[in-house]
Write a protein that binds this ligand. Sequence first.
Ligand code: GLU
Length: 364
Amino acid sequence: MTDCKRIAVKIGSNVLTRADGTLDITRMSALVDQLAALHRSGVEVIVVTSGAVASGRSEMRKLSAPKHFDAVSARQLYSAVGQAKLINRYYELFRDHDIVCGQVLTTKENFATRQHYLNQKHCMEVMLDNGVIPIVNENDTVSVTELMFTDNDELSGLIASMMSADALIILSNIDGVYDDDPSLPTSKVITDIFPDSVLDSDSFIQAKKSSCGRGGMGTKYRISMKVADEGITVVIANGKRDNILPEVVSGSRKVPFTVFHATEKPVSSVKKWIAHSEGFAKGEIHVNEGAFAALTSSQASSLLPVGVTKVEGEFEKDDIVRIVAPDGKAFAIGRIGCDSESAAALAGKQGEKPLIHYDYLYID
Ligand code: GLU
């Protein structure tokens, strides 16, 4: 990884918090030292950090008469308080290295519309161009329930892909992907996963979630495979180990971690955006057998109005839509070239321009 020019580093809640739920400033400071060294060596660093909810929760516990909240109110309150505390810490710690960092808060909605996606990307490019380290987290104050990312692992994959990072390093409190239950003494960390590795992940991925964050090895594995498939190297490593970042970047392998080796195939940035946007689709386009066969064949085909049987939901031009087969299963997503009203009016018509051009289609 020594030749990487741009690296995204995701730091999980479990890395940044102590057993009692308070922010582990010593660990955070050690990680900032490592990130600062990476930055000084000329690498563009993007940090995706969790820990807002955990640090807000511990802060609010100090109050003498805590109120009882429902889960959503608690998350909103804790993240509002905790994010302020978290970013303040990062700011001060980076300032000790004469490095400026800035806060980027995002939501799932910001990845659903191309304009928001581009604005977000532009903001981070400007920051990097000016030597500022973006510190990204989900805006947990407004993203609740179905509007949420699965967890910050998903967010870090989207950010690494959006910013065309060379590598994504996911720091958790575990050494990597184990070949069996990590608590068994016989289990070992799988050090390398290649694009063509045939692994039955269900047999070794534990369903257990992290104790303070939302993630677990299940999403980490899924996201890592997807991001590696886009040509970005992914590493899952233990952020609680001293000097983990230089260990990973130098590839010394003195400590265990899992590397998901990237595929070589180039993927256009539009396709990457679409591939990651499954969960954000605004509507559905139902197609007939003919269109289904054409789209799933080995030839590059666009979605034509003639193959459309039904249009569901409300969307604008350039929004992401799901494409549904005659059996009711969604099999593709794409960026639509018109709004829902025009799409419905064109459905079934012959000789019209494609609703979704091949370049903007992602078939599962
Ligand atoms: N955004 C959440 C936080 O900062 C963390 C989400 C996760 O655990 O992945 O607290």
